[in-house]
Ligand binder design. Structure first.
Ligand SMILES: CC(C)(COP(=O)(O)OP(=O)(O)OC[C@H]1O[C@@H](n2cnc3c(N)ncnc32)[C@H](O)[C@@H]1OP(=O)(O)O)[C@@H](O)C(=O)NCCC(=O)NCCS
Length: 181
């Protein structure tokens, strides 16, 4: 059974979170696993495809510099297998963040994404003081919808034609979890 790393310490109270901060040394594993259309097709275009080693190094440098502060590596035996992060909202929506996540295909179906979403959601509420975390999977992304349901998110509605991916309009589903102030 693979050992899951538990880091950073401020999300250590969540049972079994396979999370740690990204490191520059994650670049080869990141480039190898992220270069997969089955992953990229479900994400924003900011997640490049093809995904090169230079893309990985650039992303990890931005994480290290603090430009992308709420970004975590999902790790098995300390090796990067995916990512999960929060995009903090601003102005009157500063009480909320969008959660995003992906996992390398060889690691799908083990509950890792659900564990990651649970851990980062608890971190958002307990340590960032947020009141709402939401996700916007494409309507056809049933695996992602299932992850969110398992992590306690509620389906709030359909955002019709809310995005364009590969030149095609996409419906997005708003899933959210909230806490009382
Ligand atoms: C979505 C993703 C993160 C799921 O990762 P994972 O670690 O396999 O997820 P989990 O194992 O925690 O849970 C997946 C659930 O989806 C279910 N599932 C998988 N494929 C499915 C499908 N086609 N239809 C319905 N349910 C599906 C699984 O059975 C499982 O549910 P269960 O535990 O009730 O059986 C992964 O597939 C991925 O990286 N996809 C590409 C990127 C992406 O879509 N990111 C999210 C953008 S919003």
């Amino acid at each position: 059974m693979a050992r899951m790393s538990v880091e950073p310490s401020h999300i250590h109270r969540v049972p079994g979170p396979p999370m740690r901060r990204p490191r520059r040394s994650d670049a080869p594993a990141l480039a190898a696993l992220a270069n997969d259309w089955e992953i990229a097709k479900n994400l924003r275009d900011a997640f490049p495809h093809p995904y090169t080693l230079a893309d990985a190094e650039g992303y990890l440098a931005r994480c290290e510099s603090g430009e992308i502060p709420q970004s975590f590596t999902i790790a098995v035996d300390d090796r990067l297998v995916g990512g999960c992060g929060l995009k903090m909202q601003t102005d009157i929506e500063r009480c909320s963040a969008e959660i995003g996540y992906w996992l390398g295909k060889p690691y799908w179906g083990r509950g890792l994404a659900t564990a990651a979403v649970r851990a980062v959601t608890e971190y958002a509420f307990e340590h960032l003081g947020l009141l709402r975390v939401y996700a916007l999977p494409f309507e056809e992304n049933l695996a992602s919808a299932r992850v969110l349901e398992k992590a306690g998110y509620v389906r709030e509605g359909v955002l019709r034609n809310a995005a364009i991916k590969s030149g095609r309009p996409k419906n997005m589903i708003m899933f959210a979890i909230t806490r009382s102030p």
